[in-house]
Design a protein around this ligand. Structure first.
Ligand code: ADP
Ligand code: MG
Length: 321
């Protein structure tokens, strides 16, 4: 009860990219090494296939009920920085509120696979299924937004834009999970929109964003007892594309543009010129063509240091101190 009320945020999964993000996070939590996302805008469907540990039958029985999670049992679990992306048990329940959710899964080391179909948080089918031979999970979201005509219309009004944001969202996850292969496939055209083999963030930036990796880029790895900061950072670089190359993650979760970027930009200039007067005058004159640092930084820290339930999309966090 205490756990529920402290983590609940009434999460609303309002668009396809957020739904994909939650499903991919579940795959990562299950230890997947390959995650494939099939998007069908016309058919209002999305399918995520992984080779993770799968879900045993007793877990599958509960699945889809709000707050049914296998990941978060005590408030103390919040201090586990290496912990999972999930913890509320709200994602699948929220998705099944607005779709028909089918899960086909085979748990590692178990003889049988199972299939469960949930609609409106209610189980409408649960039985043995022999579709999957290897351990892993396929989550199939069909008839998405069947009861939300406005959201459905919005999604279908611009398939290109939606596909692009789904791809971008998986790419942002891939940038800090270089040991995992991700695919995004457009079900309607059969096009492969994204295919990352285990690849370094730098090669992804080059191939997917067309960003020239600056020469001054350094690998960064610093830590103390509580915090660990890792990634890449450069000195101020010329080129307008650099602003598209500023990523901050907290516990491998991407954080949207915000005050932290302002601070990092300012710090980079300080280190570059070490002249406080120059900083002040540069602050006013800043334009697109002026130099910015490039960075991909991932801060690992206990979850109790910040508040993730601040915004339903979890794209913003608030540090308590
Ligand atoms: P949370 O991730 O917060 O636990 P979700 O609603 O996203 O909540 O998922 C509920 C539960 O379903 C998870 O705790 C996990 O046990 C199981 N689950 C969901 N997706 C997968 C998956 N791809 N592989 C293995 N287990 C999964
Ligand atoms: Mg989850």
């Amino acid at each position: 009860g205490a756990v529920r009320s402290s983590v609940r945020s009434g999460v609303i999964l309002f668009d396809l990219p957020r739904i994909v993000e939650e499903l991919v996070f579940n795959s990562l939590d299950a230890g997947a090494t390959k995650v494939s996302v099939y998007v069908g805008i016309g058919t209002c469907s999305v399918k995520v296939v992984d080779d993770g540990s799968g879900i045993p039958r007793d877990g599958l029985v509960l699945l889809g009920e709000r707050y049914a999670t296998s990941k978060f049992h005590q408030l103390a679990d919040m201090d586990d920085a290496s912990g999972s992306f999930g913890f509320r048990g709200e994602a699948l329940a929220s998705i099944s509120d607005v779709s028909v959710l089918e899960i086909v899964t085979k748990a590692f080391g178990r003889p049988n696979g199972y299939r469960k179909v949930i609609k409106g948080c209610k189980c409408i089918y649960l039985g043995i299924d022999s579709d999957r031979k290897e351990a892993g999970t396929t989550v199939n979201v069909r008839d998405l937004f069947y009861n939300q005509p406005v959201r459905r219309k919005y999604m279908q009004s611009s398939p290109k834009r939606v596909l692009h944001s789904v791809k971008k969202c998986v790419l942002m996850i891939a940038l800090v999970h270089s040991q995992i292969s991700f695919k995004v496939i457009d079900n309607e055209s059969g096009d492969e929109l994204l295919c990352t083999h285990p690849s370094s963030p730098l090669s992804l930036l080059k191939s997917e964003f067309g960003v020239e990796v600056p020469d001054s880029l350094h690998e960064l790895n610093v830590s103390d007892d509580i915090l660990k900061l890792s990634g890449y950072v450069s000195g101020p670089c010329d080129g307008s594309e650099i602003k598209a190359f500023q990523y901050v993650y907290i516990n491998s979760r991407f954080i949207c543009k915000g005050p932290i970027h302002k601070l990092l930009n300012q710090l980079a200039i300080q280190f570059d010129c070490l002249d406080p007067w120059k900083i002040n005058s540069q602050k006013q004159k800043r334009s697109r063509s002026q130099p910015y640092p490039a960075y991909i930084l991932n801060l690992s820290c206990p979850r109790s240091l910040y508040d993730l339930t601040f915004e339903p999309s979890k794209a913003k966090v608030e540090f308590k101190n």
